[in-house]
Design a protein. Structure first.
Length: 290
């Protein structure tokens, strides 16, 4: 059975949220409505909805006009098993010493690499995206320099690939992985089990660093935060406060054009930029607490 999507953009979060609420009352009723900030500095927000029946195009035109949005782009989506599709299409990723792969490529792991098996799921972090790749390369460089953090936290862990990379290369380290999304935590726990790292990576449901276990293990020598510009800036004081002196934060999930504002926020929190790696349109930052 095909599904149908209706997407538009408009300026301002308040207007976007109001449009989304109005769309939820449409007939036929959408199966889901989402609101996302477009992270390009334009100030635009995307509002999208999915339907099991063709949406009422007249109503969509009325809503777009009423809320000052662009005309909706309508699409009919074929029924696709996206997980199976991703598994077929994604090739293994090499990031320094790390080799990230799906079960279908288990026979391709090179000798001497650190294997990290990640299954295609609804959570992010397969290693193919420039943000995850950048974080893995940053960790690889620090390890090559002889740095050995004893306590590691992966905030917004997704599939937990970064937490597992740390656990696999730092056998004595305490590693915690947290995500605000319960589904992501479940995925993280499954991947930890697949990689035989149970007992080495503790997975938690938490918003930022707001969890008793995260607070109990602080301060950390290394904190990963591969999320988005807005949350990264909001978390700057908390991440800085939970880093040990000399500790490092590896940050990504931000566009190249957003890097300077994130660097500024962390500089104000007491961290200095140690390195920056831009991969395509994405930037990865390594910062150190003074």
């Amino acid at each position: 059975m095909p599904t149908y999507s209706a997407l538009t953009t408009l300026p301002g979060e308040e207007a976007a949220q109001a449009l989304a609420e109005a769309m939820e009352r449409m007939e036929p009723e959408p199966t889901g409505v989402g609101v996302f900030e477009i992270e390009d500095g334009s100030g635009l927000w995307e509002v999208g909805a999915y339907f099991l029946e063709p949406p009422d195009q007249v109503m969509l035109e009325v809503l777009a006009t009423a809320f000052g949005a662009k005309p909706f782009a309508l699409s009919e989506l074929p029924e696709v098993d996206w997980v199976a599709h991703v598994r077929r299409e994604l090739s293994p990723v090499e990031a320094g010493r790390f080799f990230v792969f799906g079960s279908h490529d288990a026979d391709k792991v090179p000798h001497g690499r650190v294997p990290l098996q990640i299954e295609a799921t609804v959570a992010f972090g397969t290693g193919h995206h420039g943000t995850t790749l950048g974080c893995l390369l940053a960790l690889d460089r620090l390890l090559a320099e002889g740095w050995r953090p004893a306590k590691v936290a992966d905030i917004g862990c997704g599939t937990a690939v970064l937490a597992m990379a740390a656990a696999a290369t730092l056998p004595e380290a305490a590693v915690l992985a947290s995500d605000i999304d319960r589904v992501a935590v479940d995925v993280a726990e499954a991947n930890v089990a697949i990689n035989a790292l149970e007992g080495r990576v503790e997975c938690l449901e938490a918003a930022g660093l707001d969890h008793p276990r995260l607070k109990a293990e602080a301060p950390y020598d290394l904190i990963f935060a591969n999320i988005l510009k807005g949350p990264l800036i909001e978390l700057a004081p908390a991440i800085a406060a939970n880093l040990a002196h000399g500790g490092r934060a590896i940050l990504s999930g931000l566009l190249v054009v957003q890097a300077e504002s994130v660097i500024e926020a962390y500089s104000e929190a007491g961290l200095r930029l140690e390195s920056r790696n831009d991969i395509g349109e994405w930037s990865t930052l390594v910062l150190q607490r003074l």
